[in-house]
Each structure stands twice: as structure tokens, then as C-alpha cells.
Design a protein around this ligand. Structure first.
Ligand code: F0G
Length: 365
């Protein structure tokens, strides 16, 4: 089947009509990659699948929500959209707004967004405004601006964003032919995505498309973990800039998802995220950005704490886990170059090259 984006694929579950002019870049239908090496490296009882959201058109899961938000903004007659962003939302908003031929303004925290994301917002022609503050400051600003001006807010406080993003849950259940995973693991920043996935699973459950619900397991970066700590973090810090957020807009619904599902929201340090980041790339050949690697870091931590020893799988003999790899690794080349072994420079001679290759040395990572 030719997929024409998440609105066409899941039209009956979304607030669109036959008259709606759909703005799409053929987002969604991302692969669910079975991670044999990673599973074996983490715990003998787990079977991890990676939902590679980095393969969406602008390289992150935001496209699922943005197709809905921009489609509805156009339907409602808006000629301009605005968002605050740690990077990916701005890239996605800029791309979909370009396609819809409407204006787009993005507010980003000065100097704190990854290079790939900044380049996307710029090349798609958004008005890129760097704010001397953090994401939370930028979000407060755009909320106020959108209240009093004819400009649609396309952050995840816009309910259409959540509607679009819930399609990720539908895809997972459809791929598993009517079964939800035992655990659904994802990074948590502004907390829209955990809210959306839980909504998606519950909707599928209520129409009988799935017989079980997953535990929702979120991870925040330790320096930006307001939900874990139970209070706003005034000056959030983490190198995983996508989730550098101290006061998530969807805090309440994230806590509901956690509690209703019997899951948890934990935190991982930047050091732990760095280990997960490299492990994912090295063991599975999948390149995700640091925020996405918080899932792998979190799994390692849960395994260490004995979390998987007591769980009983809903089907089969392994605990089935889906990790959402929210953004492509190429979004943030600086982090990759910092984390990896540096290239070697040699003379243009065979001996020097052979020496550098290290033929005869054991292969491994
Ligand atoms: N992973 C990535 C790669 C993200 O870009 C984000 C959020 C998250 C995880 C967290 O998702 O906010 O729904 O809990 N990025 C937003 C942005 C804030 O502006 O691009 P969340």
C-alpha cells in the first residue's frame, strides 16, 4: 500500500473531514526494527524494538503532529504559525508551513539547538528568532503572542499536534497485529509525546483494536528532570538539547500516562545518555540523536535495578519493549563527532593506510 502520510492512513481516528485539504510530506509508517544485539547486551529476558522516528521527512517524530497542526491551521484560515522549540519542532513547522505556503516564525533558545535542526528551519524559510533564554521562556512568549495575534500556535499544547502524534501508537499495534508491547519507552521533554502515545493506545483499546495496554516508561535528562523531581527546574541543563526543558507543558497528562499504565518516569545522566548513544549506533547500526538515546540509557538502568526480573510478558516468553527513537542522529553531528573516535590522517601510501586500518587487530567496539 502506498502510504500518503498519517492523516490518510488513520483518517477515521483524526479530526478531519472529506473537505479538509491535507498538508503532508508522507510522514509516519516508520520502521519498527528488532534490536537483537541491543536486547542481548541489556538483559536476557527482553526483546527490544526500535521505532525509528528519525526516518520521518524532517528527521523527527514531530512530523506526525505537524501534518495535523498545519492542516488545521490552514483549514481555520491562518496565514502564519509560530512555535517555541529546542530544534525539531521548528524544523518540522518550517517544512510543513513552506509546503502550505504560510508564514512560520520559530523561537529557539540562543546557542542551544543542534546544527542540523537550525539549518532546516533556516532553509525552509522560517523567521528564526533566537531568544536569550531557554525553551520554557520561549514557550511562554509564543503562548502569549498566539493568544492576541492571528497566528496559530503549533507547539504540542495545540491539541491537533497530539492527535497526529498518537498515530505512532496505532502503527506499533498494527505492526504487532493487535498486541501492544509490554513496555513503551520514550524520552520526555515537553511531555507531548508520552501524552500522545498513551492517548493512541487507549483509543485503540476502546475500539477493540488492541487487547492490552503497555507500561509507559519515560526518561528525562537528570539536569532537566522536573517530572521526576516533582518541581520546576529553573535552569535545565543537558547536552541532549532536545529535552532541555524545565517546565513541561503536558506535565499533568504525562503523570497520568505514567500512573494509569503502571509505568514510570525516571532520569538518566548525560554520561549515561552518552553510553546509550554510542551503544545504539555501534550495536545496531542505528544513528539517533542524544535525546532519543535516553531510552537505551534508561533500559540499561532498569536492567541494572532488576526491573525486568519480575515482569511477566503479555505474550511469548520475552518482555517486548518498544523504544521510540525520536530524532535522527544527523540532526546533531557535533555530538556524534565529540562522542566517537576521531579520524586518522596518513600519507597517501599503502603501508601507512594498512597500518592505520590495523589489519590483524581484533574487530570490535
Ligand atoms: N526527542 C526529541 C528528539 C525531541 O526533539 C523532543 C522534543 C523529545 C524527544 C521530547 O518530546 O517534548 O513531546 O516530551 N522536542 C521539542 C522541540 C521540545 O521543540 O523540538 P516531548
Amino acid at each position: 500500500m502506498l502510504h500518503q502520510g498519517v492523516i490518510e492512513r488513520y483518517r477515521r481516528y483524526l479530526p478531519v473531514t472529506g473537505k479538509t485539504c491535507v498538508i503532508t510530506l508522507n510522514e509516519g509508517s516508520t520502521p519498527l526494527v528488532r534490536a537483537y544485539n541491543l536486547s542481548a547486551a541489556i538483559h536476557p529476558r527482553i526483546d527490544v524494538y526500535l521505532k525509528y522516528e528519525g526516518l520521518n521527512p524532517t528527521g523527527s517524530f514531530k512530523d506526525r503532529g505537524m501534518t495535523m497542526a498545519i492542516t488545521k491551521a490552514v483549514e481555520d484560515g491562518f496565514k502564519a504559525v509560530i512555535c517555541a522549540s529546542t530544534g525539531n519542532t521548528s524544523a518540522s513547522a518550517a517544512a510543513y508551513a513552506a509546503r502550505a505556503k504560510i508564514r512560520c516564525a520559530v523561537l529557539i533558545p540562543e546557542g542551544k539547538i543542534a546544527l542540523g535542526k537550525l539549518s532546516q528551519a533556516m532553509i525552509h524559510g522560517a523567521r528564526v528568532i533566537q531568544v536569550k533564554g531557554n525553551f520554557d521562556d520561549a514557550l511562554n512568549l509564543v503562548r502569549t503572542i498566539a493568544e492576541t495575534n492571528p497566528i496559530a500556535l503549533v507547539n504540542s499544547v495545540n491539541p491537533f499536534r497530539i492527535e497526529g502524534q498518537k498515530t505512532g501508537a496505532f502503527e506499533i499495534v498494527d505492526d504487532f497485529e493487535g498486541v501492544a508491547p509490554d513496555c513503551h519507552v520514550l524520552p520526555v521533554g515537553n511531555a507531548g509525546n508520552i501524552t500522545a502515545y498513551w492517548k493512541g493506545y487507549k483509543e485503540y483499546y476502546s475500539v477493540g483494536k488492541v487487547k492490552n495496554l503497555p507500561r509507559m516508561i519515560g526518561f528525562q535528562a537528570a539536569g532537566a528532570a522536573p517530572i521526576v523531581l516533582g518541581h520546576v527546574v529553573e535552569n535545565p541543563q543537558t547536552y541532549a538539547t532536545a529535552i532541555r526543558i524545565g517546565n513541561p507543558a503536558s506535565w499533568k497528562t504525562a503523570v497520568e500516562a505514567r500512573d494509569e499504565s503502571g509505568g514510570l518516569i525516571g532520569m538518566v545522566t548525560d554520561h549515561e545518555i552518552g553510553i546509550g548513544y554510542k551503544m545504539l549506533a555501534a550495536t545496531e547500526g542505528i544513528f539517533a540523536e542524544p535525546a532519543s538515546a535516553a531510552t537505551v540509557a534508561g533500559l540499561l538502568k532498569l536492567a541494572e535495578n532488576g526491573y525486568f526480573d519480575a515482569l511477566e510478558p503479555v505474550a511469548g516468553d520475552k518482555i517486548r519493549i518498544v523504544c521510540i527513537l525520536t530524532g535522527h542522529g544527523l540532526k546533531d553531528p557535533d555530538s556524534a563527532i565529540k562522542a566517537a573516535e576521531q579520524p586518522i590522517t596518513v600519507e597517501a601510501e599503502e603501508d601507512a593506510v594498512l597500518d592505520a586500518i590495523g589489519i590483524g587487530e581484533p574487530v570490535g567496539v
